[in-house]
Design a protein around this ligand. Sequence first.
Ligand code: ZN
Length: 451
Amino acid sequence: MIAGGLFSVPGLLSLFAMLQLPVQDSLRLSVQTDRGSEHFRFPDIPPPAVNDAGAEGMWRVIAGRADVNSGGITCLNDGRIPTNADDPRGNFFLAAGTVEGLITLDLQKSVPIGEVVSYSWHTGGRAPQVYTLYGATGDESGFVVPDTVADVADLRGWTKIADVDSRPNGAQGGQHAVRLDRADGVLGNFRHLLISIRSTDRGDRFGQTFFSEIDVVTGDPAELRRVELPAVREISFTTSDNSYEFCVETTQAQELEEWTERDLKPVILEWYPRIVQLLPGQGYQPPRRVRFRFLPDADMPGIPAYAAGSVISLNREWFRGQLQGEAPGCVVHELVHVVQQYPARGRRLRDGAAVPGWLVEGIPDYIRWFLFEPERGGARLSAERRRVAKHDASYRVSANFLDWVIRRQPADARILEQLNAAAREGRYTPELWQKLTGSTEQQLAEEWRSE
Ligand SMILES: [Zn+2]
């Protein structure tokens, strides 16, 4: 299986991205993002606090509205973090199509605010944060809480604290944390905070930030109680020549650690380098680090596994039931996706067409069922079934077709290698079949069916 994100998540697991910008005088804007972890672990910004001043305050949406699928404005101060990268109920976000919206926090009385820290989490363009923060005591002359976005142009009584934009070079998904503070004191004495939230991508009506929590810190941040994070458990190993590194995160599936060590690790160590050899390309460097993580079924309902860039997510419940069955082969299939690295959908291709989905999935299933575990016969077709089969039916059926094409050509035709390289390099076209085999794709499919 592949997830929609397979082609869109760039390269390796990012480590942390950090950015510290002097904004004006002593104001500090610190942006940290992380695409690898699950639990808001940043190098300098602690995870969200449970008992910050914001937790007691009253958040309201005053212009725009919360998306009906979001968990509502209370997500901002409930001291809870989302459970995964796509957890709408665990976040507050504005309705699709919103260009700008306003939210306020009323702390009931003016307090010295030392820090404001905003956390967000999503896989794509809904992770970055773009907003402007204002503060007021409420006693300023002419002070009003604006009713509409247009009112912000002429805000009376409010102090602008900072403009925030956590879109680092267009980088997108992951967890973002933005901390605003001042090197020489507090941000100010305020009762009210106003946040003007803007879309992260004007070209995408869904470019609405998934805000997970906004902390308002009045005292010593070190004394705040933080959300509890599970201890990360990982099994790491490296090929004997140090070419490739693997890490299997078992934090949410400790019962699978023994199987991972004993059964899965040798399969990965043997087969990742073999897949790399099977699918070479001129100047092509496969990902050197591959990360696996077991997730609960709730995070990937009904999907056994998927690859995104060089990260493979494995469905804990599905794996539990398949340890003696399909589990290793499923991982081999996903490892092929990691090596494929075909161009993202929508990206400009060299001379070719988009690689058809049946080939994207047929190649991993060919390697899995005909090279890794042929004895299981998982992609065998009886003559009767083949007669009515479609070569582009994807997965096992397409794997059967590929096996047939590959076997009837001389080995030096290197069909698999050629198909894959063309696909990866944006050169794939349906005419390639004729060039490689002397027959068109349709002729091959007919012959395959009738044999
Ligand atoms: Zn797949």
